[in-house]
Design a binder for this molecule. Structure first.
Ligand code: GLY
Length: 367
């Protein structure tokens, strides 16, 4: 390649990531606006996005970005940044539940179905918006996946400050979890801790016993031109072992986007999805002619039939004790959300606005 062409391509790449670098006032304005009402989509008519149940505000922001002409992957990143920056979403980004050592380690992946390029970061510390760093891995390296210290150095090189991701709330929740783990170690629970409003909030939201759910946000977008892209970002399994990666940052597991076929991502028990390459499986089923809902359910059935076939993960009827959710859009713009267990929801955004829908499922809760 000639030097001038190389220079031109580098300049174009730099311009394309400018909108996903830290502290973009336009993004902040978009997020503040978050209109969430039907509007004039203009040139963007025909786009559709699908995201997880925690993505209502993200969908509003991404939708607004699409209407304003953002590249679909940048729009999806603008969307999930809402959750990454929200300290009250304890499953994603800033304010995510830390690992067992009290350190927040974040995972994210972006995939562009136009180019079949992807970028991912795993166990990234000190950066509120790992999705932006994942985008830079895709655009500014010849690699796909950076983890741990290397991911942190890369983020620093691109101007991301080292920030404390633990909030007062998540520190209290982590301490409470740690102190309850054992009564033969040196960490003692104080009588008042369970009454702390932040600890009570956590127990009410995630269960009276401390179990370990996984949050995460995924967003897939089909643009008006039919382009397919996706992003998944998470703080991962609550109180995980240091260095643990789930499915979220792994291409084919927590995310897969392929032009002309579809885009899919997941939330839920990452280990079950990792070993079945779940999101890729969904897109393969689309390729074979299934609808998005049929494809998601078939991939969930595979998880059920093939993984975690041990007592620890099965109820008295042999059904999974865990959940996995898929969110999918195909090349025609048809969307679906589906989960192993009933009760899950997903969010769709299009010209009509943003709405929350019931996910399809394999098993009805309470049966
Ligand atoms: N699905 C998110 C995780 O397992 O970390």
């Amino acid at each position: 390649m000639s030097t001038s062409r190389r220079r031109f391509l580098k300049a174009a790449a730099a311009a394309s990531v400018a909108s996903v670098l830290p502290s973009s006032p336009f993004e902040e304005k978009l997020q503040a606006q978050s209109p969430g009402v039907a509007g004039s989509a203009g040139a963007a008519d025909g786009y559709i996005l699908v995201t997880s149940a925690n993505g209502v505000e993200a969908a509003k922001a991404a939708r607004q970005a699409l209407i304003q002409g953002y590249d679909p992957l940048d729009a999806a990143i603008v969307g999930v940044n809402v959750n990454e920056l929200d300290p009250n979403d304890v499953s994603v980004g800033y304010g995510g539940i830390p690992n067992e050592e009290g350190v927040v380690q974040l995972d994210a992946c972006v995939m562009d179905g136009r180019t079949m390029k992807a970028g991912a970061v795993g166990a990234l510390e000190g950066c509120k918006t790992p999705s932006k760093v994942a985008r830079l891995v895709m655009d500014r390296t010849d690699r796909v996946f950076l983890v741990g210290e290397g991911a942190r150095k890369f983020a620093t090189a691109h101007g991301f400050a080292v920030e404390d991701l633990l909030t007062a709330r998540t520190r209290k929740i982590w301490l409470y979890w740690k102190e309850r783990m054992s009564d033969i170690d040196d960490w003692e629970l104080s009588a008042k801790e369970a009454e702390d409003p932040d600890v009570k909030w956590f127990l009410e939201k995630y269960g009276s016993e401390i179990f370990r759910p996984q949050g995460t946000i995924h967003m897939s977008v089909r643009s008006a031109k039919g382009e397919l892209v996706g992003v998944t970002t998470t703080s991962g399994l609550f109180f995980k072992i240091s260095g643990r990666l789930g499915d979220s940052p792994v291409v084919g597991a927590g995310i897969y986007s392929e032009g002309g076929v579809g885009s899919c991502g997941s939330t839920g028990r990452g280990e079950a999805n990792l070993v079945t390459c779940g999101s890729h499986t969904v897109v393969e089923f689309l390729r074979q002619g299934k609808s998005p809902e049929e494809a998601c359910l078939a991939a969930l059935k595979r998880i059920d039939e093939k993984t975690h076939r041990v007592a620890r993960h099965r109820d008295e009827k042999g059904r999974p004790k865990f959940n996995v959710n898929f969110y999918c859009v195909d090349a025609k713009g048809r969307t679906a959300g589906a989960a192993i267990w009933s009760g899950s929801k997903y969010v769709v955004g299009d010209n009509e606005g943003v709405r929350t829908l019931e996910s399809a499922y394999l098993y009805r809760k309470g049966t």
